[in-house]
Design a binder for this molecule. Sequence first.
Ligand code: FES
Ligand code: FE2
Length: 457
Amino acid sequence: MQHSEAAYRKGLVDLGDGMISREIFVSEAIYREELERVFARAWLFVGHESQIPNPGDFFVSCMGEESVILCRDRAQAVHVFLNSCRHRGMKVCRYDEGNTTVFTCPYHGWSYASDGRLVGVPYFREAYHSRLDRAQWGLVEVAQVARYKGTVWATWDPAAPSFFDYLGAFRAYLDLSLDSWDGSEGGSEILAGVQKWLIPCNWKFPAENFSGDSYHNISHRSVDLVGIGPSGSGRRDMTERQLARRLQISFPEYGHQTGVYVLPAEEPVPPAYQHSPIVAEYFAHCEAERRQRRGEWGRVIGSPGEIFPNTALHPRQPRTIAVWHPRGAHQTEVWRWYLVDAAAPSEVKAFLRDYYIRYSGPGGLTEQDDMENWNYAHAASRGPIARRYPYNYAQGMGHEIANWEWDGLALPGWVMDLTEAKSSEHNLRNLYRRWAQFMEADDWAALLPDRAARAAE
Ligand code: FES
Ligand SMILES: [Fe+2]
C-alpha cells in the first residue's frame, strides 16, 4: 500500500476529530517509510558518556534498526559509527561494551581504529596490489553528534538542525532528568548496565504511553495496593505530589511532550523518602537545595515525557531513560538506562537501584502492567476487521492553555492542567501531529519553519 503525502494528516492522523487509524501501528508499508522519514532524520539518544569514560571505550547502541558503535577515540573525541564493515557488511563489533584499540572484522579481518579509519587490510599488497584507497573505506559515521550533560545524541541527517534547535524550549524539561537532585547542573551517571528486552508491539505504543497517557492509572492499581514505593506505600509515594498541580506540557513545533508537577510557592518542602537516615537526609537536603538554587523553577518536578520520536524520559522516580527501538511493525526492543546523582552516597544508589528494579524494566511491576496493555492492544489491532476502526484520541480537545501561569510561575509550552480535568490526550495528539509532519515533510524547512526563516534573515 502506498500512502500519498497528505494521507498522513488528512486520513491516518485526523486531529480535527481526534482519530488515528490503526494502520500507522500495524502496516508494514508505513513502518518501512517511517524508518526513512523519522529514524534516518531525527535526533536519537545513543548513550551516556559515563559508559565510555576512557580512550578506546565503546558501547554498542542502536539508531532505528541499525546497530551503531558509540566510542571514545585515543584523542578523547566521541564518535558514533555504523556497526557494519565496509567490505561485506559484517558487524565489526559483536560485544555490548568494552575497550579496544581496533575493531577487527571477524569475517575477512579488516580493522578500524577507534576514530573509524580503516587501518588494517589483510593481503593489502598482494591481493589489492596496494591500490585500495583506505581513506575512502573507514567506518560510516553519523552526520552529527551532540553531547549534553553526559548524554550522547546523534542523527544521520546532515541537514538536521543542531540538537539544541531540535529540542527548543523543551531543553529545560530534559534538564529535569539530567541535573542532580539538588538542582545543580548535570552530575548524573548511569547506574550499572542497560536493560534490553523485546516486546511484541509497535514502538509507538510505548512512545505514546510515555508522552503522557494520564488515563491508564487503573492498570497500575495492583502495584499501588502492593505499595512498591520507596517508603512502602503507593507506586512512587512522593508526598509532595499531593500538594502540586499536575500538568501536561507539549511543544507542537517540536513534537516533544512531558508531564510535570508544580509545587505551590509557599508550601514548606515536604519530607522525602524515609527509608533510612542516610537516604532520608540525602533527599531532604537535595529538596531544600533545589528550591534555593533554582528559585521558582525549583518547584517543577518532572514526570514521564518523550523526546520525539522514541526517547522516553522518566525524571523521577524512578529516574530513567528508555529508547523504543523499532524492530519491524510488530516488535520493539526496549533499552532502559537508570540514572543517579554521581555524587550520591553509595547507600542512596543502592536504595534507588532496588526501587528502580521493583518499578521498571522487564521484571518491574509497573512496567509489566504497561507491557500487557501495549502487547495485547497491538495483537488485537492487526486483523483486517480490527484495522477498519480508528482509535479515539479526543480526550480534552480544545482545553489547552497557551500561557499557563500559577502562583508566580509561568511555564513555556502548551499546557493542559489536569488538577481538575484528571486526564487528557493532549500530549498524545502532539506526538502524532509531529509524527505525521515527519512522514509528510521532505525537508527541514517544513519541519522547523521558524528556524528556516531565521537562517534566511
Ligand atoms: S566483511 Fe568485514 S572484512 Fe569482509
Ligand atoms: Fe504506566
